[in-house]
Design a protein around this ligand. Structure first.
Ligand SMILES: NC(=O)c1ccc[n+]([C@@H]2O[C@H](COP(=O)([O-])OP(=O)(O)OC[C@H]3O[C@@H](n4cnc5c(N)ncnc54)[C@H](OP(=O)(O)O)[C@@H]3O)[C@@H](O)[C@H]2O)c1
Length: 350
């Protein structure tokens, strides 16, 4: 049984921990916390041991703490770092590398420049094999993961027929449970978004992909608006939708009026954390005009990267084949069943 430490217990860390507890091949030996707050008690109530930085021990005197992050690292096989943007790099340098411990980093880090945590940005659909046996790998962010799930199947099917992708990312402001974050009444422009360059690390650095991004005041998922240009006349919407029929983590929905409809359904049906763990093509919005297909899909910001982290850890510490890792992840996340339920509920009504 492999021992995993999850450093950071926020939106991503708490989700990862919850799913890993269902995997009988793994033991979550604890979670890392940095602020002495209610989340320590929540973690304890879920049966988790909490570890804190040595220098902050005294600040946690009123809480049940198992030990220091520095000490627990000696007894784990892999760390999943789910700390705030940029902190993963510092942890790599100060903690994981000196102790020679493999680590997964999240999408707020980088794989280029002086603060790169790895030279590999993982996307299970396109580069699973490159992560096998590797020690430090970054999981792509939610938007970067979502774009891969649309782009890779398009390229597999249409290849040289594709000449350009223009994507507008409409990003959510905060996560559902981040109630302390105030949502301002504005639409924020994101200068030089990292998402296009991140996708190109696995899709090809010269790929004709152009991404722009804005942030809007909602907690209910991201929405991507994508225009796909073809060399000749574009395929019909039905030809586009059919390539996602058997794709992992892509549901094709017809009747969701907005992203909250999808989240509400996930909540009603009892999906963990109200996550779908996937992207949702809003099929009623797909059009084909001349040489261009226009489409929209929403991206479950918090959920989509959780099965990806599970795939990634299997490549890194079990060195499994893609097929074996995929089936094992499926047995824990039940993605086929979730997809089927979503597609049935939001099916086309003639
Ligand atoms: N939220 C999403 O939708 C999403 C999706 C994909 C990827 N990501 C990426 O996942 C990572 C984590 O994001 P998140 O949304 O889970 O963030 P979050 O909810 O803010 O949680 C961050 C965690 O990092 C800990 N932390 C805060 N300051 C720290 C410090 N100085 N040193 C070490 N740890 C510190 C926090 O501990 P305390 O609570 O104890 O302060 C908290 O447990 C980021 O790289 C983000 O870009 C997020």
């Amino acid at each position: 049984m492999k021992k995993i430490f999850v450093n950071g217990y926020g939106s991503i860390g708490s989700r990862i921990t919850s799913f890993l507890k269902d995997d009988h091949e793994l033991e979550v030996i604890g979670v890392g916390k940095y602020s002495p707050d209610e989340k320590v008690k929540i973690a304890n109530s879920r049966g988790l041991d909490v570890y804190v930085p040595e220098q902050k021990l005294s600040a946690f005197s009123g809480y049940k703490i198992k030990g220091t992050i520095e000490s627990v690292l000696g007894s784990c096989d892999l760390v999943i770092d789910a700390t705030t943007e940029g902190q993963g790099y510092k942890n790599k340098k100060n903690l994981y590398e000196p102790k020679n411990i493999p680590a997964i980093y999240q999408g707020g880090e980088s794989i280029v420049g002086t603060k790169a945590v790895s030279d590999l940005l993982f996307n299970s659909r396109s580069n699973y094999d490159l992560a096998v046996g590797k020690k430090h790998v970054m999981q792509g962010s939610c938007n970067v993961t979502g774009m891969g799930r649309i782009l890779e199947p398009l390229r597999d099917k249409f290849g040289d027929e594709l000449i350009r992708f223009d994507v507008t990312l409409i990003r959510r402001w905060a996560d559902v449970e981040q109630t302390e974050k105030i949502i301002p009444d504005t639409i924020e422009m994101t200068q030089s978004p990292h998402h296009g360059d991140d996708v190109k690390t696995y899709f090809g650095k010269d790929s004709p992909l152009f991404v722009r991004a804005i942030k809007v005041p909602t907690r209910q998922m991201h929405l991507h608006i994508m225009d796909i240009r073809f060399k000749n006349i574009a395929p019909r919407p039905s030809n586009i939708h059919e390539i996602y029929t058997n794709e992992f983590g892509v549901a094709t929905l017809w009747t969701a009026k907005g992203t909250k409809d999808v989240r509400d359904y996930a909540e009603n049906i009892g999906f963990n954390f109200t996550d779908t763990n996937m992207i949702h093509i809003h099929a009623n919005m797909t059009t084909s005009i001349g040489d261009t297909v226009q489409m929209m899909y929403s991206d479950d910001q918090t959920g989509i990267v959780i099965p990806e982290n599970h795939m990634l850890l299997q490549a890194m510490i079990f060195e499994r084949s893609y097929r074996d890792a995929f089936e094992h992840t499926e047995s824990i996340f039940h993605m086929r069943e979730k997809k089927q339920k979503l597609e049935e509920h939001f099916s086309k009504k003639d």
